[in-house]
Design a protein around this ligand. Structure first.
Ligand code: ATP
Length: 250
């Protein structure tokens, strides 16, 4: 079995000494997509931030590409290819799509740019357009495209679908899965579209109130829809019933 790109062990992290996520463990293999799901405030974003060193750990450990993540040097991690794609898209409205490619592609050659544009062909016709005049979906494509230019090894994508039409999400998530498989990129996908996320993921982890309440192979979770809903909407009740029924919750 290949060495995991990311190994998270019993991660606990939060703010002002109050944990927002507790005891999260996961491993991410090359080409694997893990969906991190859960209701608002469950601790998903905090988990991603802690995995890249932007929120310090209260306990546990994170190892990325064979080295411990150092909260003092998150930029180093990005340079090594562990990228967080935030939900605010990180684009500049006054700059064109081409400007964004130029800024993001210091390490990318023409062949890489062409390969990325093949993934998101809609961007080809938008190169000269100011990003503020692009649609939400086009801006999101650009955000992912920028991240891909640097040949990342791990992508953590926070609610890519925020504000996007379901049809666009339906097109983009499978593209990301295909890319992960082809290039061996490990992807942690934080999503609100539960079924869509599980349909492209290999594994799913459901957080509620900062704790893992259900996890497993994505196809098993898709087949256990009632349990997934219970994990979302009634974490405490679910934990009791799951324990009684012998359902693995962690
Ligand atoms: N900077 C912060 N300072 C204090 N508390 C915070 C901060 N950021 C988040 N929190 C709290 O931590 C908890 C988890 O928040 P987090 O953003 O990780 O959840 P989430 O699952 O990503 O939610 P959403 O789906 O709404 O984005 C929430 O109770 C939130 O209010």
């Amino acid at each position: 079995m290949p060495e995991p790109l990311l190994r998270v062990e019993a991660l606990t992290a939060g703010y002002n000494r109050v944990p927002a996520v507790r005891d999260l463990s996961l491993e991410l293999a090359p080409g694997e997509v893990v969906a991190l799901l859960g209701p608002n405030g469950a601790g998903k974003t905090t988990s991603l931030l802690a995995m890249v060193g932007l929120v310090p750990l209260m306990s546990g450990s994170v190892n990325a590409l064979g080295a411990a993540v150092d909260a003092r040097r998150p930029h180093k991690l990005a340079r090594r290819g562990v990228l967080l794609v935030p939900d605010d898209r990180g684009v500049f409205y006054g700059l064109s799509v081409r400007d964004h490619f130029r800024l993001a592609s210091r390490r990318a050659d023409a062949a890489r740019e062409a390969a990325v544009l093949d993934r998101f062909p809609a961007l080809r016709g938008l190169m000269g357009r100011k990003v503020g005049l692009c649609s939400g979906g086009e801006q999101q494509m650009l955000t992912i495209a920028k991240a891909l230019l640097g040949r990342p090894k791990v992508l953590m994508i926070d609610e890519m679908s925020l504000g996007l039409a379901p049809k666009i999400v339906q097109e983009m998530l499978p593209s990301i899965r295909d890319l992960a498989k082809e290039e061996g990129i490990g992807v942690v996908l934080v999503e609100q579209h539960i079924e869509l996320a599980l349909s492209v993921a290999d594994r799913g982890i459901i957080l509620n109130h900062g704790r893992v309440v259900l996890e497993g192979a994505a196809r098993d979770l898709l087949a256990r829809r009632d349990q997934v809903e219970a994990a979302y909407f009634g974490a405490e009740e679910f934990a009791d019933t799951a324990a009684e029924a012998g359902v693995p919750t962690h």
